[in-house]
Design a protein around this ligand. Structure first.
Ligand SMILES: [Zn+2]
Length: 763
């Protein structure tokens, strides 16, 4: 141990003497001869400090321990010391300077391209070239594009952006940012590509045309302009801005993406000015981040932002500073995944996705968290190509493919932003209404970049086509949740309905988005029961060992008690180990029903009550499966996580895709395989029902004179005919029952049914 410390001390001293990272503005290019790009698996923060002491320059966008490796650039002298540090590592590049030199030579011979050259994206572009292209776009399409000046950097450069939008006003805003970190050159090219496509494909691409008309795009390709210039002129591996060293230090620069006011100063940022993640003296201390803040605050219509970084291939969303999930996590994760899918579809390139905190490491002071917390803006960050083979020195032939795949994701995000009032249904929408019974529906409503007026949400319903919708107010349940109540609906009728809500900023949205052109529809129908087993008598199913019919005992309850001592109804259940905890280390054991006949049934559903304990989702499983032949089984459900019910729980499943019109359907409950360790109560099943809506279950519809199964305006003429010319009616509607006209129910059809018939159309 003593030897190791001495060796480390010597090398640290040596490394500090040759460290290149502190170059000042006027010095020549910083060289990294024989510097290794090394991927290191770190287990604790002492090791992180040791890597810093060795002169390790952080190459990943964030650093941390335990979860995933971090990339560093290490002086050649430092690499042998890694052997002493008891860390595992992989050398990704054994001489980064060789690749820097090759890139420099290539860029010096790259012809000066006109900003409108379609091959502009064939290689990286410096600050002046980027700005020239922004002005070129404005000159070419002044009707669409306006160059923006967000402010002045630390060293007096202008931070330019571009606004792109079609005719009209009062539109949601979408913002794309690049170049927070200087060396991440591909992060400048992607927003430039987005701007280029929006401007130059507006006339030819209907999707782009529509989005540019519906939205106001703001694109800021280089946030950290000083650092970006410095990465071209002096130090290719420069990350931060160019703030001069604070008193007592010799290190330049603040990490602009740790300088936002989102848990500023917290973990995942550094207070040490020589660190790559130095956050600066206070939130928004840097002119670049202050300009970004002011820009967004001045544009309250901005609903979505997306910032680009490199490298690692990740699509991420809040939070970075905490493991807590944002209130809108369901939307974030759905969009993360949608963008992942869009990216993958273009060049089959894999980008992982999820919250920043769990996908990489904790980050405090990042822009996405500030956008979301302070402005209620849906904010995303993408780490672009690659995964470390080239890192920041991404070869030029990967620029266009990287832009193409991320443009696809940007379109997905823009389309989502175009309707900024979002509705979701945490418990789903009903597949059937019980006739005559109101149906509660929970609705979650948010306004991107804004706030929902809590008095605004409305439900619109009607059960006859052609009549006006009836409007009702949704009840606020707190947070973003509201309660709607679908009205009691006459058996056989189809209820059409939609929702609306408005933001305090005056934007109105609908669900479905194009309502009332389209609406949700659900029919009020009774059910027909296909299977109903309350377990009070043994249903005679096939039970492998440990599954048994009987009364549960409450068990030996070694872990996780109480276990059930009777059924959900009655005393008996089917249970996996009626005596309590399930057995360890057994293969899967099944409980299988006899064949169920679902012929002639559509919309088949299964419900049952369960009392389930699953100790460990990695090793132990509870499955619900279905089969049409008893040999090929499909998973309907499996436990997503550790479950300990501790009470009877209702479960209901749509099994229509396996059961509708099938003469043979088997259901199967399976436990196992299980590993060692502690044990929960197993699985108790009670009150199993299989049922389907019954389209023939409604009594005749009063007033349905054309006998199409529902009351509609098409019934008015036959009603009049039946009254005035019964014989002609029977001739024209031979299969219809004239007594459907007995709307007042007095047993005969006559003129006293006219007023009740008319009244039907006002219900
Ligand atoms: Zn970055």
């Amino acid at each position: 141990m003593l030897v190791r410390r001495i060796a480390l001390g010597l090398v640290v001293l040596l490394v500090i003497m040759v460290s290149p990272a502190w170059a000042e503005e006027g010095e020549g290019p910083v060289r990294y001869d024989n510097y290794r790009l090394v991927r290191i698996y770190l287990d604790d923060w002492n090791q992180v400090q040791q890597i810093h002491d060795l002169g390790g320059l952080l190459m990943s966008d964030t650093e941390g321990v335990g979860k995933r490796p971090t990339d560093y650039l290490l002086p050649p002298e430092a690499v042998p010391v890694l052997e002493l540090l008891d860390v595992s590592y992989v050398v990704l590049n054994d001489n980064i300077q060789r690749d820097i030199d090759a890139e420099r030579a290539r860029l010096e011979t790259e012809i000066q391209r006109d900003p409108n050259d379609p091959n502009w994206f064939f290689d990286y572009k410096n600050y002046d070239q980027v700005n020239a292209k922004l002005y070129k776009m404005q000159n070419d399409r002044p009707d669409l594009a306006t160059v923006l000046n967000l402010g002045t950097s630390q060293q007096g450069r202008q931070i330019y952006g571009i606004r792109i939008t079609g005719p009209g006003g009062n539109k949601p805003g979408v913002q794309f940012n690049g170049g927070h970190h200087a060396r991440e050159w591909i992060s400048v090219m992607v927003p430039m590509w987005i701007a280029d496509k929006l401007v130059y494909n507006y006339d030819t691409d209907p999707t782009i045309h529509s989005l540019v008309d519906q939205l106001e795009f703001f694109i800021i390709p280089i946030v950290n302009v000083d650092g970006y210039v410095y990465s071209w002129t002096n130090d290719r591996m420069w990350r931060k801005n160019r703030r001069p060293p604070p008193p007592g230090y010799s290190c330049y620069g603040v990490d602009d993406n740790r300088n936002y006011d989102a848990n500023f100063g917290g973990p995942g940022s550094s207070g040490y000015p020589c660190d790559e993640t130095y956050r600066g003296p206070y939130a928004f201390s840097e002119p670049e981040t202050a300009a970004m803040r002011n820009f967004t605050i001045a544009r309250p219509n901005i609903v979505v932002t997306h910032s680009y970084h490199s490298y690692s291939q990740l699509v991420m969303s809040p939070y970075g500073y905490t493991s807590a999930l944002p209130a809108d996590h369901d939307w974030f994760i759905a969009l993360d995944q949608a963008m992942h899918d869009a990216i993958y579809a273009v060049h089959q390139m894999q980008y992982d996705y999820g919250p920043i905190y769990s996908t990489i490491y904790q980050v405090s002071g990042g822009d996405v968290d500030w956008y979301y917390d302070a402005r209620n803006i849906f904010a995303f960050v993408t780490e672009l190509r690659d995964t470390g083979t080239y890192g920041f020195l991404l070869p030029p032939d990967q620029i266009v493919p990287t832009c193409e795949e991320n443009f696809a994701a940007a379109i997905v995000l823009a389309q989502w932003a175009a309707t900024p009032i979002k509705f979701s249904f945490p418990s789903g929408l009903p597949s059937r209404l019980t006739p005559g019974v109101p149906e509660p529906v929970q609705v979650k409503i948010i306004a991107l970049g804004g706030t929902i007026d809590p008095n605004s949400p409305r439900l619109f319903t009607r059960s006859l086509s052609g009549v006006p919708f009836t409007e009702s107010v949704l009840t606020p349940l707190g947070g973003n949740l509201y309660q709607a109540t679908l009205p009691a609906t006459i058996c056989g009728r189809t209820l059409q309905y939609y929702f609306s809500a408005a933001s305090t900023g005056g934007l109105t949205g609908y669900s479905p988005a194009d309502a009332p052109t389209t609406t949700y529809q659900v029919q009020a129908l009774p059910i027909v029961t296909i299977l109903d087993k309350n377990m009070d008598t043994n249903p005679g199913w096939t039970a492998q060992s440990l599954w048994a019919w009987g009364q549960p005992t409450g068990g030996g309850g070694e872990y996780g008690g109480p276990d059930p001592t009777s059924g959900h109804t009655g005393t008996k259940v089917y249970g996996y180990n009626l005596n309590g905890d399930y057995e360890n280390n057994l293969p899967e054991k099944h409980l299988t029903t006899t064949a169920i006949n679902c012929s002639g049934k559509t919309g088949v559903r299964l419900s049952f009550w369960r009392w389930l304990g699953v100790e460990q989702p990695l090793y132990d499983h509870a499955y619900l499966r279905i089969s049409n032949n008893g040999s090929t089984w499909y998973n309907v459900w499996q436990n997503p996580t550790t479950i300990y019910d501790g009470a009877w729980v209702y479960q209901e499943f749509d099994i229509s895709s396996w059961a509708d019109n099938k003469p043979v359907v088997y259901l199967r409950w399976t436990m196992g395989p299980t590993d060692g360790g502690w044990r929960y109560c197993g699985w108790n099943i009670d009150d199993v029902k299989v049922w389907a809506p019954d389209p023939n279950g409604c009594p005749p519809v009063p007033g349905d004179m054309n006998c199409d199964g529902e009351l509609s305006f098409g019934d008015i003429n036959p009603f009049v005919m039946a009254l005035t010319n019964p014989a002609g009616y029977q001739q024209q509607y031979p299969d219809c029952d004239i007594n459907h006209g007995d709307v007042n129910g007095n047993g005969t059809f006559g003129f006293d049914d006219i007023n009740p018939f008319v009244a039907l159309f006002t219900k």
